[in-house]
Design a protein around this ligand. Structure first.
Ligand SMILES: C[S@@+](CC[C@H](N)C(=O)[O-])C[C@H]1O[C@@H](n2cnc3c(N)ncnc32)[C@H](O)[C@@H]1O
Ligand code: SF4
Length: 485
């Protein structure tokens, strides 16, 4: 266990630092995913065993699109996701054909599973023309004949690419939610990203979504260049006045060779100013009847079109995780405590489009690399998810994993509680106050000991890889290791 002194000095030095949003990828960070051969046949066997054991097995599906429309600056000035410039509809449809073929490769593996939710993301998934949404849902139904009645089936897109015809097709296909990347309602601030999005696009898309009974999430980003508490509150006021029930408010993740990192760094609010932005946004939304459902997501009850989705939270077997990722750069997670040690995985599909397609042409699963979880990694994965939901149910951890999650990381929880960032009761550990803002940093702290071990293992592998004439080496040097968890 981390010593109280270490935990306190870690918190002292990190509370004022810009956070890196690693929480999305769960544990560990993808820089440690260095197994180039992921045994999909082993996963197939394990899925069957779990189904025999539990009766049925819930699966969450993600499908990605590589393309985005060109912006100046490129990649919207801030985006860190792997994306390719849109090359026209023929290339998009050609890509989609590959996704259908990949889905077919998983069909037998998915027999007897239940689809609990799906996310069609990217890239920009509303680049597809209207008829394709029906094709996508037909493919999903072939892959998952059983879809939970509560399933959120969300298509992500940008406001300027929705049309009435597309919205009708999205709803008609059986999808039931859209997530719109708005980032800034303020047109002047938004234009810094090179996106040609107007307020009219946003309002119009909201109206069409309502007309066809789709539930709507709006993504915003705080910590944007030149953003102030006033512009943030104006944006939120506008969204509340438009009756947007579901708002996801990400903190800007700055990094890589993006325009914001290279050319607008001096215009970004400081870390402490980001905390002020976070507090102002949170308090405003709570005062207006929204509930904080995760570190980033706020929802107002009463949305006639909504179901019960909550990120990081599951009402059934919370410790089971089967996220199937299809398409370019899609990520899959597979975890369950009943699996033998070393049989849990995180993996990512090829981030090179030609390689993604070539693998499928060769009849191979298009997996680029993965991480085989040791039992302690499995626990961290589950805990990272609980932290996203801002609360940890100690009773469920006891029942499912046979351990007291408080005891396991007591020095961290105690230090957080002393600083007013967490609340500990016999049943729960909850992030309170600014705790949710610091969730990425808290996750890194909790994983600190395991990250140390992984860094040592990676350094060892690097050393071995430098030795000449070694045959049968299946791992690559790990990119970026040594620069922190
Ligand atoms: C990967 S994008 C895809 C959706 C769509 N292409 C769009 O731009 O709206 C999904 C969401 O991630 C968020 N996002 C992208 N880059 C980010 C960054 N550097 N920091 C924080 N959030 C980011 C944005 O809010 C965006 O809506
Ligand atoms: S923010 Fe969205 S539209 Fe912009 S580059 Fe990233 S994925 Fe594409």
């Amino acid at each position: 266990m981390l010593s109280p002194d270490f935990v306190n000095s870690y918190l002292d030095s990190h509370l004022g630092e810009r956070q890196v949003n690693k929480i999305q990828h769960s544990f560990p960070s993808p820089r440690y995913w260095n197994e180039l051969s992921v045994p999909l046949d082993e996963l197939d066997e394990d899925r069957r065993r779990l189904r025999e054991m539990y009766g049925s097995s819930p699966v969450f599906l993600y499908i990605g699109v590589p393309y985005c429309i060109k912006t100046d600056p490129g990649k919207c000035g801030y985006c860190l996701f792997p994306v390719e410039e849109f090359q026209g509809n023929a290339a998009l449809e050609n890509y989609y054909g590959y996704v259908e073929r990949e889905a077919e490769m998983y069909r037998e593996q998915m027999e007897g599973t239940v689809l609990t939710g799906a996310y069609f993301g990217g890239g920009t998934s509303n680049l597809y023309k209207a008829p394709v949404y029906h094709r996508i849902m037909d493919m999903v139904r072939r892959l998952f004949p059983e879809i939970s009645r509560e399933a959120d089936l969300t298509l992500e897109g940008i406001p300027q690419l929705f049309t009435r015809e597309k919205m009708e097709a999205i709803a008609g296909s059986g999808m039931n939610r859209i997530s719109m990347g708005v980032q800034q309602v303020n047109e002047r601030l938004n234009s810094l990203s090179g996106r040609k999005q107007t307020t009219k696009h946003v309002i119009q898309s909201l109206e069409w979504a309502r007309e066809f009974g789709l539930s709507v999430n709006v993504d915003l980003i705080f910590g944007w260049p030149q953003q102030t508490v006033d512009t943030l509150l104006e944006d939120l006021e506008t969204l509340v006045s438009w009756e947007v029930y579901d708002i996801t408010h990400y903190e800007l993740n700055v990094g890589g060779p993006t325009d914001f990192a290279l050319n607008r760094y001096h215009e970004l609010p400081s870390t402490l100013a980001n905390l002020e932005l976070y507090r102002a946004g949170r308090d405003f939304l709570l005062e207006h009847g929204y509930r904080q459902l995760s570190t980033y997501n706020f929802r107002r009850p009463g949305d006639p079109a909504a179901r019960g989705f909550r990120e990081g939270y599951s009402t059934t077997r919370f410790e089971h995780m089967d996220n199937l990722g299809l398409g370019y750069a899609a990520i899959s997670f597979f975890n369950d405590p009943a699996l033998a040690p070393g049989r849990s995985w995180s993996f990512i599909n090829h981030r090179s489009l030609p390689r993604y397609k070539a693998a499928i042409d060769e009849g191979q699963f298009p997996v680029e690399r993965g991480f085989r979880h040791a039992p302690e990694d499995f626990l961290l994965t589950v805990l990272f998810r609980s932290l996203i939901s801002t609360e940890i149910d100690r009773t469920r951890y006891r029942a499912a994993l046979g351990l007291d999650i408080y005891e396991k990381f007591a020095t961290v929880w105690d230090a957080l509680a002393e600083r007013g960032l967490a609340e500990i009761t016999p049943e729960w550990i909850r992030l309170v106050g600014d705790g949710a803002f610091y969730a990425p940093m808290i996750s890194s702290l909790i994983a600190e000991e395991r990250y140390r071990e992984l860094r040592e293992e990676a350094a060892q592998r690097k050393k071995e890889a430098r030795r000449p004439a070694v045959t049968g080496v299946t791992t690559l040097p790990v990119p970026g290791v040594g620069s922190g968890g």
